[in-house]
Design a protein around this ligand. Sequence first.
Ligand SMILES: [Zn+2]
Length: 394
Amino acid sequence: MSSQPPTALKNFRWLLIAIPIFLLITVGVYLIRKPPNTKIPPRSSGHPAPSKSTNLAPLALSPDWSKLDRFQNIISKETFLNRLEKIYTKDSTWKKWITIDDANNKAFFGNYQLVFSPQDKRPPGSLFEWKTRADLSDDRARPLEDLIIAIDPGHIGGDFAKIEEREHNHDDLTIREGTMTLETALILKPLLEKLGASAILVRSKLEPITKNQAQDFADPRLFYRTSEIRARANVINQTIKPDLVICLHFNGTGSKKLIPDQHFHIIINGTYTKGELAHEDERFEMLQRLLSGTITEEIPLAREVAASFNQRTKLPAYRYPNSSRASQNLANHPNLWARNLLANRLYQCPVIFIEPYVMNSIPFVSRYRKNREGIFKEYAQAVADGVARHYSFK
Ligand SMILES: [Zn+2]
């Protein structure tokens, strides 16, 4: 008997090996060639999604801490702590996120280390360089020569005034804050130019700067406040790169009825609350302002603008309640207050945010009815005089 298996049996064994190999190759080829998931994701339309992380402010991106490298060995520990405690915070909650290492003359912001300098040196700007009044040439013919001033007419106005809740109706009158700020800005611009400045409007129409629309967000405030201010910040920080931003506003309360009195105050960035400091981006932006020293220009400038306003308008100073955790009086000046607003935090140069008049008050409405142009001229002139006075001093 031959020891070789019969041919049929040989073929059967071959099939036992070949079939599983064939199946494996077939499955393998299918898996490799399987088309990618073609399910179309929801249309993104290029709009930023609100940040999901609870440690970022709405629509914020995570900060790049290495951008603080430019402030290494620039500020003394004393100046750092003085600004942190007197301007940027009102209580000691900052200690949860900022640690001072006395032995090594350093601060820790989480993992990031900042080395203090034995003495204060001139700081760089955080995103771009801006001029202080000391940088201006002594022999300039006009006080604002060489200065770039961005004028930010607060809110959007026009048809957007209603959705942004900056519209008051009194009988036949409709008063819209964003429309009035633009009218004031259009008067202020040539006044500043006459004084030698290059004055640039952040918006020149009754339209938003942001490409977003109200319907992109469940909460319309994310459109007219957050997305709009972030878009303006991009224009200011990336294109205009000014030496100063003047934010024009008209105060107004939520009251539907006319209230008896008007008042006036100027807001400078500061007084970060515990909740704001808990946001990594806000903490970072606070440090950018603190380290670049915007406050050294903002306080003396705001003093001059307040003086010229007080001279012209005689409006009483507005006082925030002492119990307010989000505001504090600055430099013992009745008109100067520190508050952390999105605009005065994001615009990376000195910013003054002006809040005169009360647009739903009896005296304002009566004046508006008689001569609204007169209010805008008074406002613009007071700002121009104050700014000119500040930059005239050495
Ligand atoms: Zn306003």
